[in-house]
Design a protein around this ligand. Structure first.
Ligand SMILES: NC(=O)c1ccc[n+]([C@@H]2O[C@H](COP(=O)([O-])OP(=O)(O)OC[C@H]3O[C@@H](n4cnc5c(N)ncnc54)[C@H](O)[C@@H]3O)[C@@H](O)[C@H]2O)c1
Length: 472
């Protein structure tokens, strides 16, 4: 099929490259001309596994880049809108980018087309998109608006897109639904997975994925409700971690105990420094606001957000209690991205903590495998950027782990200890076993588990290590 994807950010670029790999003819449109030029030039503007391969494979074949929305829509049967939907000052989703795209579409409707919301948008947005297209002269019988929310996670975006748990299609008539069925057919009939050069299947993936067809309103709600539920799971386990700290229990053992219940499951029970990123914070606020406008006060979401903010403050207190005074202390920070596997620092709790520590008078030497350049734009010269975890640790009073990159879970501990001024690790992602860290000579502070030091070892912690589990 001929497809236009509007917006070449984390979602649009990945979706466009993946649709091309499924065999469709894709035009990726962005109004950022520099971005379009860079993409045409072969640059890969974001850090995502498998994306460089896909772009290289499909560039100038199934995938082209353009800033001409009108021309792209003329040539397409489906137009996916994947532009940003940031938060307004009042907490609503700012839909002005979506509206701007919708109002440019009508003049290019030269036959039946499906306009698809890929961006995360509040319920009723599809109706508004339809209104805007009609107001601008779009012929009513020549288009439908569908909702096809995207569930990919940064860091595993390509495999999430190609091996999804489910594909949700919100369409209010069969004609419209059948266009989306055809687009996703290579995944739902399994033919993509049989291709020799298909992107390798991740461990947990179940293929082929289910296609769930709903009304457009239900599909819009599914996306907001999914993100709200996941954020709630994170805040729930962070609240439990705080309780564990009060009573000297081990949250990893608690996670294992509750996560083995198949009704709950272990995933997303990751105690840490709280969620961040470009989605959860804004989507929770937007969901709360849309619920309020529809007459429902979703107070549960207030509490999820409150726990999340508290979690960062608790971590700051943890740093203070490990180091006593902070002014003038030199801290090594591992991780600036909002999570591992991505260079995205939007709403990164790591960056927020770095900024709070700078305010307290700390000096910071930071390292992130992918987010360094983006972080430099925000933090500028307020922190030193190191080329490796060991360079960051050199001469530091303590090491802070703020992002769960795989490489931070496999540090050469002896080398690390030689670099640090004092062997103190404050781990906001629970990447290490406390017992093992104490045995290596570290004072080790983590989330929801008793702190350990080489001299004082808690008997509770000794038992914990055998059964501790890593969540994913
Ligand atoms: N990032 C994620 O992990 C993720 C996951 C699922 C859903 N989403 C949702 O997908 C949407 C896009 O997110 P993102 O992270 O890709 O955003 P992004 O900010 O990375 O990219 C948006 C892109 O749209 C372009 N754009 C804006 N207005 C345009 C216009 N009028 N015409 C053409 N291009 C235009 C921008 O130049 C930019 O390249 C959001 O609604 C987000 O909530 C994001």
């Amino acid at each position: 099929m001929h497809i236009t994807v509007v917006g070449s950010g984390y979602v649009g670029l990945v979706a466009g490259a993946c649709f091309a790999d499924l065999g469709h003819e894709v035009i990726l449109v962005d109004n950022d001309q520099q971005k379009v030029a860079a993409l045409k030039n072969g640059e890969v503007p974001i850090h995502e596994q498998f994306l460089p391969e896909l772009l290289q494979r499909q560039r100038k074949k199934q995938l082209t880049f353009s800033d001409d929305l009108h021309g792209a829509v003329l040539a397409s049967e489906a137009v996916f809108i994947a532009v940003g939907t940031p938060t307004t000052e009042l907490g609503h989703a700012d839909l002005s980018y979506v509206e701007s795209v919708a109002s440019s579409i009508p003049g290019a409707i030269n036959g039946y087309k499906v306009i698809v919301e890929k961006s995360t948008v509040p319920v009723y947005t599809s109706q508004w998109i339809r209104q805007i297209i009609l107001r601008n002269g779009g012929p009513a019988e020549c288009f439908d608006v569908a909702s096809n929310p995207e569930f990919l996670r940064e860091g595993t975006a390509v495999t999430d897109f190609l091996f999804p748990d489910r594909i949700v299609v919100g369409a209010d008539n069969q004609r419209c639904a059948s266009v989306l069925r055809a687009i996703y057919a290579p995944l739902t009939d399994g033919s993509y997975y049989a291709k020799k050069d298909a992107i390798p299947q991740p461990d947990r993936a179940q293929v082929p994925p289910a296609l769930i067809v709903t009304s457009t309103k239900s599909a819009e709600l599914i996306k907001h409700a999914s993100n709200a539920f996941l954020a709630m799971k994170i805040s729930f386990i962070n609240a439990v971690a705080s309780l564990c700290e009060s009573v000297g229990a081990d949250v990893q053992q608690v996670c294992q105990g509750i996560g083995s219940d198949s009704r709950i499951g272990p995933r997303f029970l990751n105690p840490g420094i709280g969620y961040g990123g470009s989605c959860f914070p804004k989507d929770l606020k937007a969901f709360r606001e849309v619920a309020r406008e529809c007459g429902y006060e979703f107070r549960l979401l207030d509490e999820v957000m409150h726990i999340n903010e508290e979690q960062r403050k608790r971590f700051l207190r943890k740093v203070r209690s490990a180091l006593w005074t902070l002014r003038g202390k030199r801290l090594a920070v591992l991780g600036l991205a909002f999570k591992g596997g991505t260079d995205d620092i939007r709403e990164s709790p790591a960056i927020m903590l770095v900024e709070a520590l700078l305010k307290e008078g700390c000096r910071i030497s930071a390292y992130d495998p992918a987010a360094q350049e983006r972080a430099r734009e925000v933090l500028q010269s307020t922190v030193e950027f190191a080329e490796s975890p060991y360079e960051a640790a050199h001469g530091a009073d303590a090491l802070l782990i703020l992002t769960e990159w795989d490489e931070f879970a496999a540090l050469d501990l002896q080398r690390l200890q030689q670099q640090l001024k004092y062997p103190i690790v404050i781990d906001g992602r629970n990447l290490y076993d406390p017992e093992a860290m104490a045995a290596q000579g570290f004072a080790y502070h983590s989330v929801g588990r008793p702190a350990v030091s080489p001299e004082i070892r808690s008997p509770l912690v000794t038992g914990a290590s055998e059964k501790s589990v890593k969540n994913s």
